[in-house]
Write a protein that binds this ligand. Structure first.
Ligand SMILES: Nc1ncnc2c1ncn2[C@@H]1O[C@H](COP(=O)(O)OP(=O)(O)OP(=O)(O)O)[C@@H](O)[C@H]1O
Ligand SMILES: [Mg+2]
Length: 481
């Protein structure tokens, strides 16, 4: 969704209807969308929905005072500005206002020239930020290659290698830690290759039961074994003329490795229980997050199969070795998540970006994507702040889970005596709302196992209150095994 110029929003809070009316007319002329409330409580209640860029708040109102509202807004969204106004200006309240982060403190009757200056400042600041972020997002687009973003020299070299290899490559080994983008590389090779109009069949070698491997890959004849009631075409035949993506190839059982090598060498498969060889013409892209050379020396992977697959090796470096990609990946992930969540999040504060640049990222780009997705869910304003990311003091060294939910091994009661209960409850509810009650997806976003999430739901008394809505997203398309 392209970034459009958004209309600045003003929230006016005063128990005098006349003030609301005059300010509303004035601010509309300056291009603001105006919402108004006549008490502090109403103002805070509507804040998450209105998401104002600036609030003009009367100091003295029945119930919550202007200072209370100011502090609450600055806590909820440090990006949102607050201007206090009062008919009883005093030095004390002026100092308190500035100390609590007010943009300005105006006395009534209002000086509309001064108010114009302040509103125009807020409006121009929003425009400038959006322009910067548009540039960022355009720049990020420039460093995008078939769904992969990478500005770092190592990624630019990889993109160049993929461009040059794709038209010719038949067997390739893609290596790299989890979440670095191996599947994206395989897809890019396929899309740029000569077989792009033919099938791309993925098999996750860690998901196939050892005894069924041969039948999955090579098929079986009817009656080949108990339960083989029909002839089955294997994935090699299914991918004939196209590409087979052997994901997590390091998990392939030794017994099957020999058979796979034979297919790669002879270009023919033999269904289980059949003596008839069948010619297949399949490009094989293999991926692994293991060090296959170490697997070979440990005797867990056949050296001849390794050398057969390692015709061309593409290596993805871990995110911690290409930190200059983090801002571009972040800009793209914010854009995607905000569009999906229909939220007005347009970027990230410099402080929050520094936190991201500092992290160790054991889960690499996938972890960054999840962190941004979760931050977008939690973000109240337009910019993701440090608070939306993780508790303070999180750096590359510490590597604790990013979300302010205590680690699994800390008993819930102990963790919540540290006052996290309310924050944790609010976050869990928000994440579950976004995943439409899908607990598996929510647990992933919260960095928890499902068991730990159920325990916390129970503890917060949320057991039955959150039900799943809509279809179960964890069931993938048929072309995967
Ligand atoms: N350079 C990149 N630009 C944009 N998104 C990326 C990039 N690299 C990875 N991703 C995203 O990160 C996630 C993980 O990528 P992918 O599935 O390709 O990783 P992988 O290396 O196959 O991981 P695993 O070893 O766990 O299977 C995906 O959501 C992918 O879209
Ligand atoms: Mg993968």
């Amino acid at each position: 969704m392209p970034l459009t110029e958004s209309t600045p929003r003003l929230l006016v809070v005063d128990n005098e209807p006349l003030v609301l009316e005059i300010v509303e007319r004035f601010a509309r002329q300056l291009g603001f969308e105006v919402a108004f409330r006549s008490s502090g409580r109403e103002a805070l209640a509507c804040f998450p929905d209105v998401k104002p860029d600036v609030a003009l708040v009367d100091l003295r109102m029945p119930g919550l005072s202007g200072i209370d509202v100011l502090r609450a807004i600055r806590t909820a969204d440090p990006d949102s500005q607050v201007i206090l106004m009062t008919g009883n200006a005093t030095v004390d309240t002026a100092i308190e206002a500035v100390k609590s982060g007010a943009l300005d403190y105006l006395s009534k009757p209002l000086d509309f020239e001064r108010l114009r200056e302040l509103l125009v400042t807020v409006r121009e600041r929003i425009k400038r930020r959006e322009r910067l972020l548009r540039v960022d997002s355009d720049v990020a687009k420039r460093f995008e290659f078939h769904g992969m973003i990478g500005r770092s020299p190592t990624m630019q070299e990889l993109f160049d290698l993929i461009r040059r290899l794709a038209p010719h490559v038949r067997t390739v080994l893609i290596a790299g830690e989890t979440g670095t983008g191996k599947e994206l590389v395989a897809k890019a090779l396929y899309k740029l290759g000569s077989r792009r109009d033919r099938r791309f069949v993925t098999v996750n070698c860690s998901a196939v039961v050892e005894t069924l491997f041969e039948s999955e890959l090579f098929g079986h004849a009817r009656g080949a074994f108990t339960g083989a009631t029909e002839t089955k075409v294997g994935l090699f035949e299914h991918a004939d003329g196209g590409t087979l993506f052997l994901d997590e190839v390091g998990e392939l059982p030794l017994g099957v490795q020999g058979k796979l090598l034979r297919v790669l060498e002879l270009g023919e498969v033999q269904r289980v229980g059949s003596l008839e060889p069948r010619q297949v013409d399949v490009a094989v892209f293999a991926a692994t997050n293991r060090d296959l050379r170490a697997e070979v020396s440990a005797g867990r992977f056949r050296s001849d199969l390794f050398y057969r697959l390692d015709v061309v090796e593409l290596h993805l470096s871990p995110l911690r070795e290409r930190r200059e990609d983090i801002p571009y990946l972040t800009a793209a992930f914010v854009r995607d998540a905000a569009a999906r969540l229909r939220k007005r999040v347009i970027g990230i504060t410099p402080t929050a970006e520094r936190v991201l640049l500092d992290r160790r990222w054991d889960g690499n780009v996938r972890e960054l994507r999840n962190v941004i997705e979760r931050a977008c869910i939690l973000c109240e304003g337009q910019l993701i702040t440090e608070r939306d990311l993780s508790p303070a003091g999180h750096t590359a060294e510490s590597a604790t889970p990013p979300c302010p939910v205590p680690p699994e091994d800390v008993p819930i009661e102990a963790a919540n005596t540290r006052g996290l209960a309310t924050v944790e409850r609010g976050q869990i509810v928000k994440v579950l709302e976004t995943t439409a009650g899908n607990k598996k997806a929510a647990a992933k976003l919260l960095g928890l196992s499902r068991r730990a999430l159920y325990r916390r739901l129970e503890w917060h008394g949320l057991g039955e209150s959150i039900q799943r809505r809509g279809p179960d997203p964890s069931h993938g398309p048929p072309d995967r095994v």
